[in-house]
Design a protein around this ligand. Structure first.
Ligand code: A2P
Length: 332
């Protein structure tokens, strides 16, 4: 396989560091690796495949000779720098929300809509973390019986906000246990020992941007504008791993056993469901697996064709860095 020059923009961030680890774990065939961030962390040394790489400041010229640029530096950086990378011949896989709903930009979960990758014009978008794990779990059910309506509530880890939020959760926990003053800087309220029904900004209709992302991105990835979706996104004091309670109404009946079989046969998804033996997926499980874990699969008897699922995945890996690199693998 031809070796490619790869750049990671945001290499010192929570997702960027996972990207570098995953390039190593999966022995991604890169010839050269450029690790990019801002002045704040330029000079930081990061290891990958036994080599030391020094983080550089990102400039438009950083993308000369880059074949694939993996971006996870926030929407503002992506809007400014992704076109510069494309102009210089790179293909950008972007983890921010900057281009996700752009009609020219494919939005891809490789297990769900791999064919969309080939439609790119230089930029491919990686979906929002909570959307990725939900569509991965729903696709095998959708393929069997179709889905009319989705009601989802999320329980999301602070690492989705980034490294600073992970530090804030740990520092607040330390301060509370030590009896010190508690400071909330990343989140508007204390996150430790709390749950915030607030992820990203609020719109006039009362929903948050995170909730809207789940609605719009799910329709785009599934290629179905007719699915009705309503979401409530909640931040909880967990470091890594998002969980979701997902209630669906299907077009035709699917028994719990049929749903389990379809889920287990789907690449990247694993059923973890035997409650009487205390077997159900939890966020800490995602430190050891890249699968999307699905448990608590139950019939919802309040409607004709209803199912309830509990969906858990590692938001930094399948929800971000891993999905991005899986797109890059499909691309080459
Ligand atoms: P830096 O470490 O220099 O601030 P997180 O999501 O965990 O907060 O990480 C964000 C990542 O994106 C960091 O690596 C950060 O670099 C990087 N970053 C933020 N803004 C830019 C930018 N304008 N250009 C390049 N990298 C950026």
């Amino acid at each position: 396989m031809e070796k490619l020059n790869v750049a990671v923009v945001g290499a010192t961030g929570a997702v960027g560091r996972e990207m570098v680890s995953i390039l190593e774990e999966r022995d991604f065939p890169f010839a050269d690796l450029k690790l990019l961030a801002t002045e704040r962390s330029a000079g930081t040394v990061i290891n990958c495949k036994g080599e030391e790489y020094v983080v550089e400041v990102t400039t438009p010229e950083s993308f000369e000779d880059v074949d694939i640029a993996l971006f996870s530096a926030g929407g503002t950086a992506s809007k400014k720098l992704a076109p510069e990378a494309v102009k210089r011949g790179a293909i950008v896989i972007d983890n921010s929300s900057a281009f996700r709903m752009d009609g020219e930009v494919p939005l891809v979960v490789p297990e769900v809509n791999p064919a969309d990758i080939s439609k790119h014009n230089g930029i491919i978008a990686n979906p929002n973390c909570s959307t990725i794990q939900m569509v991965a779990a729903l696709k095998p059910i959708y393929d069997q019986v179709g889905i009319k309506r989705i009601v989802v509530s999320t329980y999301q880890a602070v690492s989705g906000t980034g490294k600073d939020a992970m530090d804030e959760l740990q520092e607040q926990t330390r301060a509370i246990l030590a009896g010190d003053e508690v400071k909330a800087e990343v989140y508007p309220k204390q996150i430790t020992f709390n749950a915030l029904p607030h992820i990203d900004v609020f719109f006039d209709d009362g929903y948050t941007k995170e909730e809207l992302k789940m609605v719009n991105e799910t329709k785009k990835i599934m290629g179905d504008e007719e699915i009705k979706i309503t979401a409530t996104a909640v931040r909880i004091p967990v470091l890594i791993g998002h969980a979701e309670s997902v209630n669906i109404e299907t077009n035709a009946q699917l028994t719990v056993e049929e749903a389990k079989k379809a889920l287990d046969n789907f690449s990247g998804v694993r059923v973890v469901d035997n409650p009487t033996e205390l077997v159900y997926p939890v966020q800490l499980d995602t430190e050891e697996t890249d699968d999307v874990l699905v448990g608590r699969i139950r019939k919802d008897d309040t409607i004709e064709n209803g199912l309830n699922l509990w969906v858990v995945a590692n938001n930094l890996r399948k929800g971000a860095a891993l999905n991005t690199i899986q797109i890059a693998e499909k691309l080459i």
